[in-house]
Design a protein around this ligand. Sequence first.
Ligand code: SF4
Ligand code: SF4
Length: 171
Amino acid sequence: MLTHIFSPATCAQCRLCCNFCQRSAWETPFLEPELAALIVQNGVPLMTRPNGSKSFALHFTSNDPEENCNCPLLDTASGCTLPREKRPFECRVWPIRLMHDEQHQLCIAYYSHCPALQTPDTRQKLIHYATNELLPILLDYAERFPKSIRPLDHHYSIIRKIKNAAAPSVV
Ligand code: SF4
Ligand code: SF4
């Protein structure tokens, strides 16, 4: 979460991005191999996606597609139990996501429904950050971890398409 752009207090009241239902289970964060190994050592079960990438497993208790399930690393009172610098990259840059469009072109996008982004001023700050300071970091990550790149979904808005960057189909 980009808490230098929006208030941590807003996130503390929300927790939307640490909570999933069966419909949104594809959005659980990609875990870099070293982090996945560490999380398993701590007894948190992982799942393997069809493309071989790892995320934590969600434990739904019914077939209700709307049933909510928290990330197993979330403490509902205090927030994420991982130190900020140890969190999955996708969590650290959320609500920005590396995605690909139908032509498999790499896109930098943001989650449109994030409650912290509902003012034009905050969205502008986010877009500026994503297309300046954060851009080389995003591109480097996309190159190192192409399996983290998600198919674009209608809940996301494109900030920028990156020319000449092939993005593989995943999930
Ligand atoms: S969805 Fe947005 S407001 Fe909610 S916790 Fe995540 S970053 Fe914060
Ligand atoms: S790893 Fe932490 S920040 Fe990421 S979804 Fe889980 S609880 Fe939220």
